[in-house]
Design a protein around this ligand. Structure first.
Ligand code: HEC
Length: 146
């Protein structure tokens, strides 16, 4: 008779289902479990030293020591004196520069990242100046520094 089912066909279907189940399990196992990995390369950190020289040194001096005379026609204070170092943390420096203070005009051109980099460089200058106990104090007195 023609109604003869292939027993092996049944087994084949079972094998197909097994393969599908296996594929689904594999797909489930491959789902990312954590947050998607970051593939974009982050931009290089802004160079705080360069930014300081370009934006701050003309008034505050190359090492943040302050200048007796500036383009404002007035002095700019030291950012690295021990008194200033105590008061000026990164957040304070950033917000002061952004908002301006007294005669210092607000800086609206630096990005937040750049402001942070500049502030961190100021902190580095503070630390460098504080480190050698025998270093002469030049706070606010160096008018010849470019
Ligand atoms: C055009 C000159 C000028 C430039 C440029 C300038 N400053 Fe100033 N800055 C001043 C003056 C003047 C003061 C004092 C303001 C006042 O209190 O009257 C001051 C004050 C500050 C203070 C507050 C100091 C304190 O003791 O509280 C910080 C911090 C500071 N500047 C950081 C910076 C940084 C960082 C930059 C560069 C991004 C910068 N300044 C650029 C002139 C300048």
């Amino acid at each position: 008779m023609s109604a003869r089912f292939h027993a092996p066909g049944f087994n084949q279907r079972g094998g197909v289902w097994l393969a599908i189940a296996f594929a689904m399990a594999l797909a489930a196992a491959c789902q990312p479990s954590g947050p998607p990995s970051v593939t974009a390369t982050p931009p290089p950190p802004p160079d705080g030293q360069r930014l300081f020289r370009q934006n701050c040194a003309e008034c505050h001096g190359a090492r943040g020591q302050g200048r007796a005379m500036t383009t404002l026609g007035a002095p700019a204070p030291s950012l690295v004196s021990s008194e200033a170092a105590l008061r000026l943390d990164v957040a304070t420096i950033s917000s002061t520069v952004r908002a301006g203070r007294g005669r210092m005009p607000p800086n609206l051109s630096l990005s937040d990242d750049e402001l942070t980099a500049v502030a961190q460089w100021v902190q580095a200058l503070q630390t460098a100046d504080a480190a050698p106990a025998t270093a002469p104090s030049h706070a606010g007195s160096d008018a010849s520094d470019p």
